[in-house]
Design a protein around this ligand. Structure first.
Ligand SMILES: [Zn+2]
Length: 281
């Protein structure tokens, strides 16, 4: 298989982290990975300003109230770039749409995303889920940057797939998946074993200082969330995904990770699940 082009389209700079280790695995295999954030995340993840506005009027710090948005934008973009570089990703694009991001107000985004698709010509698109929580949940009914970004991406991939007046070669994306964090466990289609990537995920999570992340908070968050996903699939840590549609296959699909369990003893399995594979305890 030649190198894959993988495009990840997100609402906010932090959203890519939900698939970061999986993208890192693909970078190690030599695949091209491009990360896009539709907004710079200036408002919905502005925890400092949020907390300041919770204070009585005369106790608010004017320095925080009158923060320099240009400066904040630089910080947000730098956090994303640094986080991506941990996973070997250097092609990072922020489209700078305002927040709250609503497709009806900023529909130029369709053209922006569609031209990225035509430039990258991805084999795999990882996009925001267009569903409310759960695969069989309601199609996005809430006002939410993620769902609006999903709608924009759906429009853009349709636009890229049909001939337009720009004479560009149309592109149909064969594989579309959603990060599992937007779904319940029993909706998940597959889980990537990222047990060896946990420390990198913690490191990346802690870079989002503007969102109030501390090293302790980051470790705890990922221990619980990635640990839950890993536990669900009998491994240490995992990143989950949901497919847009059933996969067309040549025969029954399985991975060596799953098949290796055929002859595994219970004690070996327990050791593997706590990261002590091959050790006595
Ligand atoms: Zn987000």
């Amino acid at each position: 298989m030649d190198k894959l082009n993988i495009l990840s389209i997100n609402a906010h700079p932090h959203d890519f982290t939900h698939m970061a280790a999986t993208l890192g695995i693909h970078r190690e295999r030599g695949d091209n990975v491009i990360v896009v954030s539709v907004t710079a995340g200036l408002n919905t993840h502005n925890e400092k300003l949020h907390d300041e506005l919770m204070k009585p009027f005369n106790e608010r710090d004017p320095e925080i109230l009158n923060q320099d948005y240009k400066e904040l934008e630089k910080i947000k973009k730098l956090e994303l770039r640094k986080a991506c570089s941990i996973f070997g990703i250097s092609d990072v694009r922020v489209l700078d749409y305002p927040q709250p991001f609503r497709l009806a107000m900023y529909n130029d985004v369709i053209e922006d995303i569609s031209s990225i698709i035509l430039e990258i010509r991805p084999h795999i698109l990882i996009m925001q889920s267009p569903y409310s929580k759960g695969h069989h949940g309601r199609i996005g009914v809430s006002a939410d940057d993620h769902i609006e970004t999903a709608r924009a991406t759906l429009e853009a991939k349709e636009a890229a797939a049909i001939p337009g007046d720009n004479q560009k070669t149309p592109h149909t994306i064969p594989i579309i998946i959603y990060p599992g964090v937007y779904f319940n466990n029993d909706d998940i289609d597959f889980i990537v074993d990222i047990s060896d990537w946990f420390e990198k995920r913690v490191e990346a999570e802690a870079l989002y200082i503007s969102q109030g992340h501390s090293p302790e908070w980051s470790r705890r968050r990922l221990l619980v969330s990635l640990g839950n996903t890993g536990w669900f699939s009998n491994t240490l840590y995992g990143e989950a995904f949901v497919r847009e549609k059933p996969e067309l296959v040549n025969s029954i699909p399985f991975s060596s990770l799953t098949l290796n369990r055929f002859e595994e003893s219970v004690s070996a399995k327990y050791k593997r699940m706590i990261g002590k594979k091959g050790l006595d305890f």
